[in-house]
Design a protein around this ligand. Structure first.
Ligand SMILES: Cc1cc2nc3c(=O)[nH]c(=O)nc-3n(C[C@H](O)[C@H](O)[C@H](O)COP(=O)(O)OP(=O)(O)OC[C@H]3O[C@@H](n4cnc5c(N)ncnc54)[C@H](O)[C@@H]3O)c2cc1C
Length: 384
């Protein structure tokens, strides 16, 4: 497979790299300390086309493709993983799924605003008792005059308490099982009966906000339904195919940052009269990191390239392979970086503690590593 980047992909990479180095890097430490999210930065990223790669030009997109989107997410996450999340909350999640399943009115109302960063988006699947088993969700959308009443609770929803809109998954017809789930495009700020509470204390991704969301008889009009009644589960899985890929790209970015930090430290730190880099055990650790990092990137680029080449085909299997391997290798690279930096790795003066905290999220979000393994093994077992 040929990964010579096109002119557009090169432009996307260079723009994201410059932005990450010049705009994000200077504030990382202070923002981490304050757990600060910067909505104005989402707008700036939008102005540079970060949220338009897989969006049609008529809605403000660039159509540079999934590979360009992955490369940008990778570049941004390499500097500060928290800032990789808006790729999913704006584009790969809400905007792309509305582009695929929405009616003209929904497309025109939401996609340009999300791509331009004028509105912040989110998507709400997870509940206190519903994680990997999406079909077990409890949130309901009961039909009423002119629309539906949403009731239930979602949790761990990225960007929800700052969001203007969100894709909400709920049961319209529970007796039909997964086929009774529907998806809704919901105005978070103006719909009565929606409240949010930030999850302030979390292990990592300090600058990417996460929230609980409560729906109490929240009325949404019929026009809020995305796709057909009962399509929610299918829409959700389709959305995850795309958000999962972006997550894998972020993992590649963090692994790259771990390698850079380890190499720099191994060259600079002297023990037993020699730099750490001269010890074979350290060299072996570096080599493993590099191989895993390169392999993860190839898997991500392959899945992204095939998405671009065959937009109508689902490539869940390839995406799950990429997500699983990239997440696991990012955690391994972060663990190894911690090891190489010794006590300095344990200090907040160096960023590798953050790399480890942030990398752990990749094993959980958009389907855990076990769920990816289930998807992958099912595919080969069904093919055999
Ligand atoms: C930072 C962050 C941001 C998030 N953002 C969002 C968001 O924007 N929107 C949203 O909807 N959700 C979001 N989530 C939630 C995330 O998608 C879920 O946490 C994830 O799907 C896993 O669900 P769970 O945590 O309930 O784990 P569980 O499903 O309870 O799983 C716990 C453990 O059991 C394992 N397990 C579960 N079932 C099986 C099985 N059948 N076989 C083997 N092992 C199994 C899992 O792999 C895991 O190791 C976010 C989470 C985090 C941490």
């Amino acid at each position: 497979m040929d990964f010579d980047l096109s002119e557009e992909q090169t432009l996307a990479r260079d723009t994201a790299r410059k932005f990450a180095r010049e705009e994000i890097a200077p504030t990382v430490e202070a923002d981490e300390e304050a757990h600060r999210f910067r909505p104005e930065r989402v707008q700036k990223m939008a102005e540079l086309g970060f949220f338009g790669s897989v969006i049609e030009e008529r809605f403000g997109g660039t159509q540079f493709g999934h590979l360009a989107a992955c490369i940008m997410a990778e570049e941004v996450a390499k500097v500060h993983a928290s800032w990789g999340l808006p790729f999913n909350m704006q584009m790969n999640g809400p905007a792309l799924i509305i582009q695929k399943y929405g009616n003209d009115e929904q497309k025109e109302k939401y996609i340009p605003q999300l791509v331009a960063g004028q509105w912040l988006g989110c998507f709400a699947i997870t509940e206190p008792n519903t994680g990997s088993d999406v079909a077990s969700m409890k949130t309901t959308a009961a039909e009423t005059e002119g629309g539906f009443l949403l009731n239930g609770q979602k949790t761990w929803i990225s960007q929800a308490h700052v969001a203007d809109m969100g894709i909400v998954y709920a049961y319209t017809d529970r007796d039909k099982g997964a086929k009774g789930m529907s998806a809704f495009v919901v105005d978070f700020k103006t719909t009565k009966g929606i409240s949010t509470m930030p999850i302030e204390k979390k292990f990592g991704l300090y600058c990417a906000p996460t929230s609980e969301v409560y729906f109490e008889d929240a009325f949404v009009p019929k026009s809020a339904m995305l796709g057909a009644r009962g399509d929610g589960f299918k829409i959700c899985m389709t959305m995850l195919d795309s958000t999962r890929l972006s997550c894998a790209a972020r993992a590649v970015g963090v692994a790259g940052a771990c390698i850079d930090a380890s190499v720099a430290y191994a060259k600079e730190r002297t023990q037993f009269g020699k730099p750490l880099a001269s010890f074979q055990m350290i060299q072996e650790e570096l080599a493993r990191m590099v191989v895993e990092h390169e392999a993860a990137r190839l898997l991500v680029y392959r899945a992204a390239t095939n998405k671009d080449k065959h937009p109508q085909q689902r490539n869940t299997h390839e995406t799950s392979i990429a997500k699983y391997f990239a997440a696991e290798s990012a955690v391994h690279c972060a663990n190894t970086a911690m090891k190489i930096l010794g006590s300095y790795g344990y200090s907040n003066e160096y960023p590798v503690g953050r790399f480890l905290r942030d990398s752990k999220s990749f094993q959980v979000v958009e389907g855990t590593s076990n769920i990816q393994k289930i998807i992958i093994s099912r595919h080969v077992l069904e093919e055999a």
